[in-house]
Design a protein around this ligand. Sequence first.
Ligand code: NAD
Length: 248
Amino acid sequence: MIDKSLQQLLRQTSNIVALTGAGVSAESGIPTFRDAQQGMWANFDPMELATLEGFLRQPHKVWDWYQQRREMAAKAQPNAAHLALAEWQEQLEQCLIVTQNVDGLHQRAGSLHVIELHGNLHRDRPISQQLPAEKAADLPRCPETGNVLRPDVVWFGEMLPEGAMEQALSAIEVSDLVLSIGTSAVVQPAASIPLHALENGVPVVEINPETTELSSAADWSLRGSAADVVPQLVAAAQLHYSRDRLSR
Ligand code: NAD
């Protein structure tokens, strides 16, 4: 799966950006967006559950759904892909993880440099709008302002956290390899990250069991699961680190 030219690149690389999506947490038991539409949330309507308007209309329903997702993420364990990326961070000069996931599993695996493009399921933040008293009853409130709290995730139509994209794009410009792992590469602006790498002459490796929008443009498309393939990439690069250490 890892051909000679990729092996050589992995051995030379010291600065990586890894864009991750829901697929990286699939083997931790957290359904991807697509699985969610087919599986336990077959009646999932993103406009009801993942927009500010939906929250203002039915805050208890939205909170119930996020509470379920929180519990699921809290019970899940980081898998071999999260752990391999955390290990790689310790070895490389720079290994920035740019994730679309909100489950916090990269950090629980030990990764320190993580940009969360879509926020974090385990955090809250206050809304600025006032809800009618009957709608706001029993909702969690900010202890300081008294405002109703919402999950600190990016909903459809909302801005990404300030500076997150700029930081990711700048890191790509000085990187020597970009990985796109477990993402369908359709949700913007995250999907533009690997394209920015290609425009800047930075090689892109995709890891996904299925073909995506990115597959034909990527320099390598490795068809497999994140938990299988990412540890193989780290192992291939490590041959270099250990030899390097021995020669010092
Ligand atoms: P997506 O559901 O659109 O795509 C998931 C991709 O992962 C697919 O291309 C699929 O083929 C691939 N995949 C499935 N199993 C895999 C595996 N074992 N290894 C590697 N790849 C695998 O998800 P997305 O691209 O991240 O975008 C959808 C949005 O939904 C994002 O905003 C994301 O944050 C959000 N989301 C997050 C979580 C989470 O935090 N874990 C879960 C569901 C959805």
